[in-house]
Design a protein. Structure first.
Length: 299
């Protein structure tokens, strides 16, 4: 086995043993360890401070190609594994991994006017509204069904001059798309400082004037200036936080203002619709089990 190869060792375990198995792998010289769901089990809405993991986990450790794994294999603590766990070691040829990763992302059309494009690609339609966004610092590149539904709805909803709030902005993709589509100004709110940084960086990459977009943490005094003044409020987060934020989100809307909510599973929609009765919320689209809810504040 040449030094231009890598070795990948795959084992199976349960959630209560994952951390110990990870630590053991690194102690033996693993260069990286990754975790994957081993039983098609969804992880939805972790509680505050929780770091959830699947009950059945596939653990993959990466070692250098010339590393002798046989002594380690013989010393593997079997009590860290699932019953009848696989123990597969395979060689991986060296590849241009950055190129492979980049090739996984390509421009995506989100509506008649809007495309989301990685920065290293040529836009398929130079005359379209092209938003440049790379996967990385914060969630949200447009590939997930919830983000895609919001982007498509924004393409249809923005006619020009709107004030838009993106609550739970993540990468800033929704706020930036709204501005590129013609919104006059946008407010991004997120409780993750990394998301604040990502949104500002992505706005600059897309030539958004700093005066057009404000990005803040929840509770910032700047949010008050948007209360009862926002033409459109968009929130792509999860059902639990949306329920908790309902009053704040509705308060941001001006009379006649619109609301778009997603990050909601089909079975969660009725509870959200009940909570947002004042804005007549309803399901406007469903994709892959997720729904886009839209409503309007009475004029």
């Amino acid at each position: 086995m040449s030094t231009e190869e890598w070795q990948e060792w795959v084992l199976e375990t349960h959630s209560d043993r994952v951390e110990l198995l990870e630590d053991w792998f690194f102690a033996q010289g693993a260069l990286a360890v990754s975790l994957e769901d081993n039983a098609d089990e969804p992880l939805l809405e972790p509680g505050p401070g929780e770091t959830p993991v699947w009950q059945n986990v596939k653990v993959t450790a990466l070692f250098a190609g010339d590393f002798d794994l046989e002594p380690i294999r013989a010393a593997l603590p079997t009590d860290l594994l699932a019953e009848n766990s696989r123990s597969d070691i395979t060689a991986l040829a060296d590849r241009a991994w950055e190129r492979v990763w980049m090739d996984e992302f390509s421009p995506i059309q989100m509506g008649p006017r809007l495309w989301i494009c990685p920065s290293w690609t040529e836009p398929p339609d130079s005359a379209a509204i092209n938003v440049y966004l790379d996967p990385g610092l914060a969630f949200g590149t447009g590939t997930h069904a919830t983000t895609a539904m919001c982007l498509s709805a924004l393409d249809d909803a923005i006619s020009g001059g709107e004030r838009v709030v993106d609550f739970g902005c993540g990468s800033g993709i929704l706020a930036i798309a709204a501005l590129r589509l013609g919104a006059a100004s946008a407010l991004g709110v997120d409780n993750d400082p990394q998301a604040i940084t990502a949104t500002r960086d992505n706005a600059e990459r897309n030539d958004i004037e700093s005066s057009s977009i404000e990005v803040v943490l929840p509770g910032n005094a700047a949010i008050a200036a948007w209360t009862n003044q926002s033409d459109l409020v968009v929130a792509n987060i999860l059902a639990g936080p949306l329920l908790a934020l309902a009053d704040e989100l509705m308060a941001l809307m001006k009379p006649g203002g619109r609301l778009m909510l997603t990050g909601v599973l089909s079975e969660q929609a009725p509870e959200l619709i009940e909570r947002f009765i004042p804005v007549n919320l309803g399901v406007s689209e469903t994709r892959d089990g997720w729904v886009l809810l839209t409503g309007q504040k009475p004029a």
